[in-house]
Design a protein around this ligand. Structure first.
Ligand code: SF4
Length: 85
């Protein structure tokens, strides 16, 4: 028997193309900026090792897709215990 939520199987899994489009929309008005590639890689590395990452993409604290949140320079890790980046 699968341990996946029946209501979430498809909708929580986000394609690279969807992530790219969402990021373009978020950055369009110019109020936020892209993080450097090095910062992005380091941030995602923390997320990959984090017990609060769901589905390989979603932060349990903010509900954000981390491949998007980590790309935005002005964002930070929302862990209330200790921000990891
Ligand atoms: S708590 Fe921080 S390190 Fe963990 S998944 Fe969320 S953003 Fe990433």
């Amino acid at each position: 028997m699968s341990n996946q939520c029946k209501g979430c199987r498809a909708s929580v899994r986000v394609s690279e193309e969807s992530i790219k489009k969402l990021l373009e929309d978020i950055l369009r008005d110019g109020s936020l900026t892209l993080a450097s590639e090095d910062d992005y890689i380091a941030r995602l590395s923390h997320c990959r090792d984090c017990p609060n990452l769901d589905y390989g993409t979603t932060c349990r604290f903010c509900g954000c897709l981390v491949p998007i949140r980590a790309r935005i320079s002005e964002k930070h890790c929302p862990d209330p215990g200790e921000a990891k980046w």
